[in-house]
Design a protein around this ligand. Structure first.
Ligand code: 5AD
Ligand code: SF4
Length: 436
């Protein structure tokens, strides 16, 4: 029996891919270990969204250049797809390079490795398949990821994903629903639907469901109490999604809708295919929903040509929307992407300055918004217990972290849904006390 170790970088799609890869390996008779030192096979499932993320895997591999003898190294995911066989030159102790569009072939590739082949690759993007397997080994017993669409057909000027994950492929609605039923039967109550752009989901079977219909149906699976989805693209985000959330309380009142910039000039240069006004129209749909919908977003600062006026437009958008949270990033030049060719790159120190401005601006908005929850009672799914603070870690339907005490009662409530009264609010989380 061979032992393996896997470390995962990047997004939830990658985290879930790793769960499927681990299941596949266990099914092939491999045994999972918790450190690379103990392992015969070491897997890195990698991210290349920004340069920093990409460097992480090469740092890891370098650590094992000398003392990795006797081990087999495999690079999976987005860096594998992007760098391909060049990885063998940069890190000669690597024996397998495989992108996410080739994971279906992993069993065959593993056989090649076992027969002594030291240069095994799975790099074709030419596939209509998604990576589906009944042997997924999920890390969390209550919340489950479920892929509905893989790849991306957009061409945002900064983004490497269309090159690393290939063209869009949707799963059939029947297969998504049967996995959802299976999850409910196994005791999962919380499902997160995943895709690079879930809004462009299109059922390939004759039923022909769109995303809103799929979402609504997953939300009706008996036993499933919460359904979230990520990531959305504003261009493909339809009002029917909000109608579904309005009609079905199992659908979480939270939408992550990356805007990237508040400036029309920069949105056009980014090839985002929407204007600020079109984005705001979607925000108005959400603000008019029956339940208050938490809205989160992604922002990139320092895209080539971004001026102080463009940055001011982004800050103005933050004020106008009042996001519940944002993830903000300095623009990072990526191989193959259209923005590589643009002049007027912004110096690193200037990007850092702009990032700080955006983050401080948003911090004040979050302090204000979160303070509005003081005194309210929120239903929390309990994710775990923090020994250091003696608090339970809860998550609200709006995706806010609500840490809470449960005085006088010490049974394990992980995975349960409890009502919690909010007693304190910070910029990034809430604190409270359980009422049941
Ligand atoms: N540089 C900086 N941020 C990026 N993102 C994607 N590509 C880049 C890049 N080249 C950000 C976007 C996206 C999030 C997942 O990562 O904001 O929504
Ligand atoms: Fe990173 Fe994007 Fe690949 Fe996810 S899809 S691992 S964020 S590059």
């Amino acid at each position: 029996m061979k032992t393996f170790y896997i470390e995962t970088f990047g997004c939830q799609m990658n985290a879930h891919d790793s769960e499927k890869v681990v299941g596949t390996l266990l099914h092939q008779g491999y045994q999972k270990v918790e450190t690379p030192e103990e392992a015969e096979l070491v897997f890195y499932n990698t991210c290349s969204i920004r340069d920093k993320a990409e460097q992480k895997v090469f740092n890891r591999l370098n650590q094992f250049k000398k003392d990795g003898k006797g081990k087999t190294f495999a690079v999976l995911g987005c860096v594998a797809q992007q760098e391909g066989e060049k990885i063998f030159e940069k890190a000669p102790h690597v024996s397998l390079v495989c992108g996410s569009a080739s994971y279906n072939k992993l069993p065959e590739l593993l056989v090649q490795l076992e027969t002594g082949n030291r240069r095994v690759t799975g790099l074709s993007l030419d596939t209509e398949d998604t990576f589906e397997t009944p042997v997924t080994r999920r890390d969390n017993p209550h919340r489950a990821y479920l892929t509905i669409i893989e790849g991306c057909d957009k061409s945002c000027a900064y983004c490497v994903v269309p090159f690393t994950r290939g063209p869009e492929r949707s799963r059939t609605s029947a297969s998504v629903l049967s996995e959802s039923l299976e999850l409910a039967r196994a005791g999962y109550t919380d499902i997160q639907l995943l895709g690079q752009n879930v809004n462009s989901y299109r059922d390939p079977s004759p039923a022909g469901w769109d995303f809103a219909t799929l979402l609504d149906n997953v939300g009706r699976v008996p036993g499933i109490r919460r359904v979230r989805f990520t990531t959305s693209h504003p261009r493909d985000f339809r009002k029917s999604i909000i109608d579904a959330i309005d009609q079905n309380t199992a659908l979480c009142n939270h939408v992550h809708l990356p805007v990237q910039s508040g400036s029309d000039r920069i949105l056009a240069a980014m090839q985002r295919l929407y204007t600020r006004e079109e984005y705001m129209e979607r925000i108005r749909w959400m603000k008019a929903a029956r339940r208050p919908i938490a809205i989160t977003s992604d922002i990139i600062v320092g895209f080539p040509g971004e001026t102080d006026d463009d940055l001011a437009a982004t800050l103005g958008l933050l004020d106008e929307v009042e996001f519940d949270a944002i993830f903000s990033f300095k623009y990072s030049r990526r191989p193959n992407t259209p923005a590589l060719a643009l002049d007027d790159q912004i110096p690193e120190e200037e990007k850092t300055r702009r990032l700080t401005i955006v983050q401080e601006h948003q911090r004040n908005i979050q302090i204000r918004r979160n303070a509005a929850y003081l005194g309210s009672v929120e239903e929390c799914m309990v994710e775990g217990f923090n020994k250091a603070t003696s608090q339970w870690i809860g998550r609200t339907s709006q995706n806010k972290t609500l840490n809470f005490l449960r005085p006088g009662r010490d049974e394990d409530v992980t995975g349960r849904y409890l009502d919690v009264r909010v007693t304190r609010a910070g910029p990034n989380s809430l604190v409270g006390e359980a009422v049941n």
